[in-house]
Write a protein that binds this ligand. Structure first.
Ligand SMILES: C[S@@+](CC[C@H](N)C(=O)[O-])C[C@H]1O[C@@H](n2cnc3c(N)ncnc32)[C@H](O)[C@@H]1O
Length: 311
């Protein structure tokens, strides 16, 4: 059930971000308010700016954070808008920034949001209410684009065959529901007896990442967010996919002054800066106990950094 959404790696998030209090805490993915509630409870000196692109999530966060209402401001926005928002709302440099990427259980479990391959619903998959739906995306995408997103975002080995089936199908009638897409993928890859995951898992993940421009959002967010931090301020990011984690790892290393160019580059092109100290030399992973309690935590990886003091 949506109300069961458990925040991931909460103890470690507290260990990493509470030392940055007092000051402004930005939760760029406030979701159902789980991390925000824990942080506001642990650090009375934090005031929260909570962002989410999903108005339904914000309504739930508002309810959950009612006990802290004098320290909370919630805004419907994508996190790549952070620098403009701070300016527009006339807020100071944040002491801490958190992003817990991906979808919440509120989005994944409700059939009408169109993320679920097991419960039939409209093929939507938008976390916020704007931009093309998954159905519109599938209606317009070229074959090469479909293959690329299925392969890169879904790591789907049958990407070409699935893309071909989508194009053949839409020439007859558009794909409108999650059930239709799920059956189409199953027809291509087989029902998969003995498989660890549902045959449509990778296709749905790939589409969700594309529809919400998840990697573009992360790339546009990270470096500007670090630039907004006050000296000694901290940033923590939880990712659930190796492509996201790679962006976080490389960006934080480069901002810590390390060259992240491929080894065969004759000269450095990545412009490393000594803006932060990385606080997590390897990604923080959940222990077995947390994964048993909360299977969504299985692929979580947390990385964090501290803005260096100037001078
Ligand atoms: C994993 S949930 C966060 C859960 C939250 N940490 C909690 O404890 O309840 C991710 C949330 O981030 C939101 N989100 C994802 N990408 C976003 C973006 N680029 N900008 C703003 N919100 C985003 C989603 O709508 C979703 O509500």
């Amino acid at each position: 059930m949506a109300s069961d959404h458990l925040p991931v790696l909460t103890e470690r998030v507290l260990e990493l971000l509470v030392p940055a209090a007092p000051g402004l805490l930005v939760d760029g993915t406030v979701g159902l308010g789980g991390h925000a509630e824990a942080l506001l409870g642990a650090a009375p000196g934090f005031r929260l700016l909570g962002l989410d692109r999903d108005p339904e999530a914000l309504a739930r966060a508002e309810e959950r954070l009612r006990g802290f209402s004098d320290r909370v401001r919630l805004v419907e926005a994508t996190f790549d808008q952070l620098p403009e928002l701070l300016e527009r709302l006339d807020l100071e440099e944040p002491a801490a920034v958190l992003a817990d990427l991906g979808c919440s259980s509120l989005q994944l479990d409700i059939a009408r949001r169109g993320f679920s391959f097991t419960a039939d619903g409209p093929l939507d998959m938008r976390m916020g209410g704007t931009g093309p739906t998954a159905a519109e995306f599938l209606e317009r995408a070229e074959w090469e684009e479909l293959v690329k997103i299925l392969r890169d975002y879904g790591e789907e080995r049958r990407a070409r065959a699935i893309a071909r089936a989508i194009i053949r199908r839409r020439e007859q009638s558009p794909l409108r529901t999650t059930g239709e897409l799920s059956r189409l993928v199953q027809d291509v890859v087989g029902a998969g007896h003995g498989r660890r995951i549902h045959p449509a898992t990778r296709t749905f993940q790939a589409l969700r990442i594309a529809v919400n421009d998840e990697l573009g959002q992360l790339e546009r967010f990270l470096e500007p967010a670090v630039n907004t931090l006050r000296p000694g301020g901290r940033i923590a990011v939880i990712s659930f996919h190796s492509l996201e984690d790679r962006i976080v790892k490389h960006t934080l290393r480069r901002l810590a002054g390390r060259c992240t160019c491929p080894p065969d580059f004759p000269v450095c092109k990545c412009q490393p800066q000594r803006l932060v100290t990385v606080l997590t030399s390897s990604p923080v992973r959940p222990d077995e106990e947390e994964v048993a309690l909360n299977p969504r935590a299985r692929s979580a990886r947390l990385r964090a950094a501290e803005r260096r003091s100037e001078g």
